[in-house]
Design a protein around this ligand. Structure first.
Ligand code: B1N
Length: 830
């Protein structure tokens, strides 16, 4: 049929469908009931909150699909340069509220539900978290997808569809236990299975030489083939029709390769073997930062990279013939080194399959990749053992060696035969276990590299990648992370959202975050103060109810809610926080009764997961519980001090806790937190920060001023000297005292906590808890004092929100689009 006929046919069908879905409450109700009947298949008038959630989600999904189709069609017509964001992790959390808000139909949905006898909040809470990631890096990916969609950028996210997300944390007797998160149990309305979008992904085998038209080519004869199936997750923008795609790959056994097995072998065994293919995408690795050179992890990385690139190249070739135009149309963003196998994979396709010639292929490769690193320490950089890579991906290993020879030649031209430096910079690390330095590969083959905060980027230039920076300074950029105000204010703090809009006289700040600055004008306005305090109090109430429901502990709303929520790591120093709490407890105990009236009451809240194999982190969790047990049951203390560990910290828990926090702690040893994004979420919500000058907090200080937060601790440049001094540093007596209390078994579990105590004393105190302790207590005292001055506190709180604009992921994405990817918005017409 001609294209004219096709258009006519499409128009006829569209008419038949009665146009787009409608968003008035009545239409929504009809659609909800429709889904109750036909999708959820419940008897019409008896469905519960969860089924209402399912039905409403499907209604929203239908609406997303409409917009998503239009967006994809629009992108296809306009054919702009696209960005492909490659990340092994996305922490999406819940989708319902977020989608409804971005579609701009929150009130209509709430009306529709209430007329059916349901409450919107309750229904939304039925949804489980999509936790396909570990922590900050993964949540950053999710925030950036929201910004890419909202700002109309032609972008795709690619990742893996793990069947098991990040483990659930269960606390038994104060110890962390991990339980599998089989999150797809109840179905997932937010994805669309694309049974026809599949690609074969090859592994193992050998490389052979082949001669074609008198040219030599390398041909990879794979030993195993696994099918990648696409699952599309539509990501709606706010205040725009644009809805982009997060495409996640699942592994399925391939139908092609094992006919032999069926014919000759045991049928049952053959099927069982086939099924094993699915393990590739079955589980998310729960360690952030430590890499172990596991084969499955490497398989996951290549699996997702190979499928994504086949998809990207197919899309390009649908329109263009000549791959030399690839860099004009495609930007590939490496989210840390996890997807770095994309580099040799692009080379392999261009050289072995497209026969482009090495130089031309390498030129194209270097023009399309950009690389973000989220790591601070050299030790945390990924390495792939050469043996492992050679067996799993023999051709890729060859290509990496070829890239390295070329790299070494180039280097020698620049620095001569400085062998120390050459071996430091080499992509191949010799040594007991010969391995590939993935960061060096990524650096050499990307046109730009960036850290995730100003401080972090400087550290990259002066420490981790110093050698590279000296030779290619123009490659280095810095980007400051950001978080999306749609999720972290509009969804999670609706009352504050309404208040901000009221005082600014507009909702435009939801798309244009700089407008938040307008709040500064009212920072001393008494009526704003009253409304602000009211909103904060309601949020605290919500949090207090949650605490009571999860831990049985009743907390006073007049106390300062002091929160530290993030992954448990020694460098993040949850231990410093706990030792500080012990000190506070000790002081209260030793006070005369009369003096206790002067104590500012606190509810200390700690939450976070420890990697299953990270023993020290697990001990910190146990210590927190042991200390809580003691304090919370001490009648001398009462409401003056409570300690709560919130179990199973995740995105939804964060949405509840952050708006209810008065004070939040970001207390990593200076130079260890690449950025930190939790601080930004608290800041947006008007929570004051108690922090060290590390990662993003350095820039937060620039925005809101040092006097608007509680800063303490050694600065980055002081850390090395302090470490050298080691046990000769005088640690405050209070510090020695609280560590001794733990050592002496004051909180029980004396043997178990011994190694934890050893870790913070003398030369072992690598993260400098001892030397920062006094200054930490000073900052805590300053926070207490400020809290007693309600007006001052409220002003600081308003100024925090007002100063949070720079930490929106909209700003981050604008930066990437202009300075790294070279892409422009492509807005789908309404
Ligand atoms: O990335 C965040 C930063 O805000 C944090 O400071 C940083 O610690 C975090 C291997 C990681 N760095 N590295 C990881 C995650 C998973 C994994 O398998 C490493 N995460 C960070 C966003 O920039």
């Amino acid at each position: 049929s001609t294209s004219g006929e096709r258009t006519a046919k499409a128009e006829r069908m569209f008419e038949l469908m009665d146009g787009f879905l409608k968003n008035d409450p009545l239409s929504l109700q009809k659609d909800i009931l429709n889904h109750v009947e036909y999708t959820v298949a419940r008897s019409r008038f008896s469905f519960d909150d969860f089924e209402a959630y399912q039905a409403l989600s499907h209604c929203i999904r239908d609406r997303l699909i409409e917009r998503w189709h239009d967006t994809q069609l629009h992108f296809k017509r306009k054919d702009p340069k696209r960005v492909y964001f490659l990340s092994l992790e996305y922490l999406m959390g819940r989708s319902l509220s977020n989608s409804i808000i971005n579609l701009g139909i929150r009130d209509q949905c709430a009306d529709a539900l209430s007329q059916l006898g349901f409450e919107f909040e309750v229904v939304a809470e039925q949804e489980g978290d999509a936790a396909l990631g570990n922590g900050g890096l993964a949540r950053l990916s999710a925030c950036q997808m929201d910004s890419l969609a909202t700002m109309d950028f032609p972008a795709w996210g690619y990742g893996l569809r793990y069947q098991y997300g990040l483990f659930r944390q269960v606390i038994l007797d104060g110890f962390q236990h991990e339980q599998p998160d089989y999150w797809l149990n109840f179905g997932n309305p937010w994805e669309i299975e694309r049974v026809h979008v599949t690609y074969p992904v090859k592994f193992y085998g050998t490389v052979e030489e082949e001669i074609l038209n008198e040219e030599k080519y390398q041909v990879w004869i794979p030993g195993e083939m696994i099918e990648a199936v696409a699952y599309d997750n539509p990501i709606p923008g706010y205040g725009t029709r644009n809805t982009i795609t997060l495409r996640l790959w699942a592994a399925k056994p391939s139908n092609q390769h094992d006919m032999e097995a069926y014919n000759t072998g045991d049928y049952i065994d053959a099927v069982v073997n086939r099924q094993r293919a699915e393990t590739i995408s079955s589980i998310l690795y729960p360690d952030d930062r430590s890499h172990q050179g596991k084969e499955l992890r490497l398989k996951q990385q290549y699996f997702f990279v190979s499928a994504s690139l086949q998809d990207i190249i197919r899309r390009f070739k649908d329109v263009h013939k000549d791959l030399s135009q690839f860099p004009d149309k495609v930007a590939l963003q490496l989210n840390d080194t996890h997807p770095a196998l994309a580099i040799p994979e692009v080379m392999r396709v261009l050289v072995d399959e497209e026969h482009l010639g090495w130089n031309k292929a390498f030129d194209i490769t270097c023009k399309i990749f950009s690389f973000t690193t989220h790591t601070v320490q050299a030790e945390a950089l990924e390495k792939i053992p050469v043996d492992l890579l050679g067996s799993l991906l023999p051709r890729h290993l060859q290509i990496i060696y070829d890239i390295n020879s070329y790299f070494m030649e180039e280097l020698k031209k620049r620095i001569g035969l400085d062998y120390n430096r050459l071996s430091r910079m080499s992509i191949v690390e010799e040594g007991a276990v010969k391995s590939i330095r993935v960061a060096n590969l990524s650096l050499f083959c990307s046109h730009t590299v960036n850290g995730v905060s100003k401080l972090h980027s400087e550290l990259l230039q002066t420490r981790v990648f110093k050698d590279f920076y000296e030779l290619w300074p123009e490659k280095f950029q810095y980007k400051t992370n950001g978080v999306t105000q749609r999720r972290w204010i509009v969804v999670s703090n609706p009352n504050l959202c309404a208040l901000i809009s009221k005082w600014l006289g507009t909702e435009s700040w939801i798309r244009d975050i700089d407008l938040l600055m307008g709040l500064r004008e009212y920072a001393t306005d008494i009526s704003l103060h009253q409304e602000w305090q009211m909103v904060r109090r309601v949020n605290k109430m919500r949090l207090a109810e949650y605490i009571e429901a999860t831990s049985g502990l009743k907390v006073s709303l007049d106390a300062m809610f002091d929160v530290q929520i993030k992954r448990i790591h020694e460098y993040k120093r949850q231990l410093l926080n706990i030792l500080g709490i012990i000190h506070r407890y000790d002081c209260i105990k030793n006070m005369a009764k009369d003096d206790r009236r002067k104590v500012v009451p606190r509810v200390c809240i700690i939450g976070g997961k420890a990697a299953p194999g990270y023993e020290m982190a697990k001990k910190i969790i146990k210590l927190c519980h042991a200390v809580a047990e003691k304090i919370n049951n001490d009648s001398d203390v009462g409401d003056l001090l409570k300690l709560v560990f919130i179990p199973d910290y995740n995105v939804s828990v964060a949405e509840l806790v952050i708006p209810g926090a008065d004070l939040s702690q970001h207390i990593s040893t200076a130079g260890h937190e690449a950025s930190g994004t939790g601080s930004m979420k608290f800041l947006m919500n008007g929570c004051l920060l108690l922090a060290t000058a590390d990662g993003s907090t350095v820039e937060i200080i620039e925005e809101i001023g040092e006097d608007n937060m509680f800063l303490f601790g050694a600065k980055v440049h002081e850390v090395p000297t302090l470490r050298e001094k080691g046990s000769t540093i005088k640690v405050p007596l209070q510090f020695a005292r609280v560590v001794r209390m733990v050592r002496d078994g004051y909180f029980g579990f004396q043997d178990y906590f011994k190694s934890l105590c050893d870790r913070v004393e003398g030369n072992n105190d690598y993260y400098l808890l001892g030397s920062d302790f006094e200054s930490y207590l000073g900052a805590q005292a300053a926070a207490d004092k400020a809290f007693t001055d309600k007006e001052k506190w409220t002003r600081m709180s308003i100024l925090s929100t007002a100063g949070s604009g720079r930490f929106s992921s909209d700003r981050t994405i604008q930066d990437y689009a202009e300075k790294t990817w070279g892409i422009e918005p492509c807005r789908c017409p309404l």
